[in-house]
Design a protein around this ligand. Structure first.
Ligand code: UD1
Ligand code: UDP
Length: 366
């Protein structure tokens, strides 16, 4: 059976890495890989780390690309590849524009679609934007839904997806994390030598489209105030490549010797920073799954999340995107030791590290 896996951004690559590895090892599967390169450097970092060699690289990334550009180019470039390869199944992951456009290309060519990390929902079509509709539309097109959790599976059932098409597998991010975090890593080699780990270190990531503009300005201003009021903390901010994020950060968070702006980190050092940090502030999806597994409290820089499991488990909390709410949430965790301890539990509602194997077993059996 031929399976064509298509992905294009950093998080898709991290979460698909265990799947493509398991596909390559499966004796009855002919695994082909196409990267859209919606991201370039941030994708290549992951491909290098996991030694993934794509069969096709669409090399699509442009600076200031729009989601319309990406959608159109994926359709144009991918359809001829699908027609040439004729896979029995096209596998996509998550909720990016690559995900949706690749699923649409598969539909246009009458190709069966498997959706990894299926069923995440907020029920607000603009939060997160455009991810909520990317995953809903991909779900509408998919034939096989690999739901990471029971909550995700139930979301699909509520949309009348037949039970036999839904498989609860755990999230493949846990496979990638458990594999990576155990590998040795010298942080100084990655430009992280100046961080004083005897202090409390906050890890910040922030890049989401719905946070561009006013929300991002307020988030950065709140973090700046928190830093000013806590001279004992340091901030590590591996900032996204998007110039828009960087310009906003320089204006509203500003510069200080306790703020470490670093290039997007390879996944290996990033996992080690997550493991050593005191607290993570993030609008990322993946971090909401990884940090709880490492016993790190996460303040989610969003109004809603499609990952309620970590919130229910008490290791993550919604901090919103306004100055006051972000400031209050961070200050509380820094000043109230009991509140911090209560959140700093290693709870992992997202899987046991064997999700990829389950997905490939299911594919192999169809
Ligand atoms: C995309 C996804 C988002 C995901 C995020 C992960 C969409 C619409 N958004 O958002 O769901 O959470 O990836 O990071 O699919 N850039 C580089 N080098 C890179 C990557 C990006 O220079 O390796 C710059 C480019 O200028 C590019 C810009 O970042 O135009 C934005 O990239 P894009 O993929 O459009 O959006 P993200 O915000 O990364
Ligand atoms: N990540 C990384 N280096 C960084 C920042 C994040 O390797 O400098 C990893 C992180 O561990 C997670 C994924 O990238 O697995 C999250 O990607 P991102 O925040 O770009 O996307 P999202 O999860 O929001 O879709």
């Amino acid at each position: 059976m031929k399976v064509l896996s298509v992905f294009g951004t950093r998080p898709e690559a991290i979460k698909m890495a265990p799947v493509v590895k398991a596909l390559a090892e499966a004796p009855n599967i002919n695994s082909r890989i196409c990267v859209t390169a919606q991201h370039r450097e941030m994708l290549d970092q992951v491909l290098r780390l996991f030694a993934i060699e794509p069969d096709y690289d669409l090399d699509l990334m442009r600076h200031q690309q729009t989601i319309g550009d990406i959608t159109a180019e994926v359709l144009q470039e991918l359809i001829p590849i699908i027609e040439h390869e004729r896979p029995e199944l096209l596998l996509v992951h998550g909720d990016t524009t690559t995900t949706f456009a690749a699923a649409l290309a598969a539909y246009y060519t009458h190709t069966r679609i498997g959706h990894v990390e299926a069923g995440l929902r907020t029920s607000d079509k603009y939060a997160p934007y455009p991810e909520e509709m990317n995953r809903r539309l991909t779900g509408a097109l998919a034939d096989l839904h690999f739901a990471p959790t029971l909550i995700a599976a139930n979301n699909l059932r509520m949309e009348n997806v037949p039970d036999e098409r839904i498989h609860i597998t755990g999230n493949t991010v846990i496979d990638a994390l458990l594999d990576t975090v155990e590998k040795p890593c010298e942080l100084a080699e990655y430009g992280l030598g100046a961080i004083d780990w005897s202090r409390r270190v906050l890890l910040l990531t922030c890049h989401r489209r719905e946070n561009w503009g006013e929300p991002m300005q307020q988030i950065f201003a709140a973090v700046k105030r928190v830093l000013e009021e806590h001279p004992d903390i340091e901030l590590v901010f591996p900032w996204h490549k998007n110039p828009l994020v960087r310009d906003t950060a320089l204006l509203y968070l500003g510069e200080s010797e306790r703020i470490h702006y670093v290039e997007p980190l390879d996944y290996l050092p990033f996992c080690h920073v997550m493991r050593r940090c005191h607290l993570a502030l993030t609008d990322s999806g993946g971090l909401q799954e990884e940090a709880p597994a490492l016993g790190k409290p996460v303040l989610v820089l969003r109004e809603v999340t499609e990952r309620p499991e970590a919130i229910d488990a008490g290791t993550a909390a919604l901090a919103g995107v306004g100055f006051d709410s972000v400031y209050a949430a961070a200050t509380r965790l820094l000043d109230d030791e009991a509140a911090y301890r209560q959140m700093a539990q290693a709870i992992n509602p997202y899987g046991d590290g064997r999700a990829a194997r389950r997905i490939v077993d299911i594919i192999g059996a169809i």
